[in-house]
Design a binder for this molecule. Structure first.
Ligand SMILES: Nc1ncnc2c1ncn2[C@@H]1O[C@H](COP(=O)(O)OP(=O)(O)OP(=O)(O)O)[C@@H](O)[C@H]1O
Length: 241
């Protein structure tokens, strides 16, 4: 059950990110509300990963501000992120899921119940004792999702979670993402895969050249994007920066 003290909506107001003279994101205003997944799409180099890292708090914006439920500051305990290439400990799959739960100070019984449930959710219960780094790429990504899910985040950021996975492993990850979303976790995810965006998105944020060009409900976006750039992107055309 969702705690009443939600950290959503997450609001980015006029955020920008620059490294020296290099401007990576400009003037992004985006509200992330509870509900079906928010999918961030756009061409290579558009700034999708940087935007996700800013929202997650791994990077600090050089302009503008980010608030969680109208408050400034750290909502770190209520959100988690899974990266394109999961970083796993040299331990068993189960130990990888248990580790952050221990760091969070949860009692042993709770840790074990959550880890077992999370491994079950991603279909890895039978591989619980296998060294995590010996799992296949798809299994490692599912394990990373289990580890994040076990923390019961309200918001889960996923940066291209299927980038190096084959279609079968991709479908498996999508099913987990859909199950988490159905259970009330707010998913915010970047992807290159338009089919995946169509399958999962409640709303779509389209980034191009460091600017947020559209943020609309998915059905409206795919039926007819409002900008010429998004229309060209959907047609598979290369976009100039
Ligand atoms: N710390 C940094 N210093 C300098 N440039 C950076 C830094 N982080 C990102 N960039 C640049 O900012 C731009 C946006 O990067 P980002 O990874 O967000 O793009 P993306 O939309 O996720 O692209 P892709 O689809 O290829 O993963 C790129 O040109 C990248 O090289």
């Amino acid at each position: 059950m969702r705690a009443p003290d939600t950290v959503l909506p997450l609001e980015a107001s006029g955020i920008g990110f620059a490294v020296g003279a290099l401007r990576i994101l400009s003037d992004v205003a985006l509200t992330i509300a509870p509900g079906a997944p928010t999918i961030i799409i756009g061409p290579n180099g558009a700034g999708k990963s940087v935007l996700l890292r800013l929202l997650h708090g791994l990077l600090a914006p050089t302009e503008g501000e980010i608030t969680w439920a109208g408050r400034n500051g750290d909502a770190a305990r209520r959100q988690a992120m899974v990266f394109q290439r999961p970083v796993l400990l040299r331990r068993s799959a189960l130990a990888n899921v248990l580790y952050p739960l221990r760091l969070a100070g949860l009692p042993a019984k709770e840790r074990e119940a959550r880890a077992s449930h999370a491994l079950d959710l991603v279909g890895l219960s039978v591989l619980a004792d296998r060294p995590a780094r010996r799992l296949s790429g798809g299994e490692q990504q599912r394990l990373a999702l289990a580890r994040a899910a076990a923390m019961r985040p309200e918001v889960l950021f996923l940066d291209e979670p299927c980038a190096s996975l084959d279609p079968g492993a991709t479908r498996a990850v999508e099913e987990i993402v859909a199950a988490l979303a159905a259970g009330g976790t707010k998913i915010v995810m970047t992807t290159h895969d338009l089919g995946q965006a169509r399958r999962l998105a409640g709303d779509v944020a389209f980034l191009h050249a460091g600017r947020l060009r559209e943020h609309t409900p998915a059905a409206a976006f795919f039926a007819g994007p409002a900008t010429a750039e998004a229309a060209a992107f959907l047609r598979g055309e290369l976009l100039p920066h």
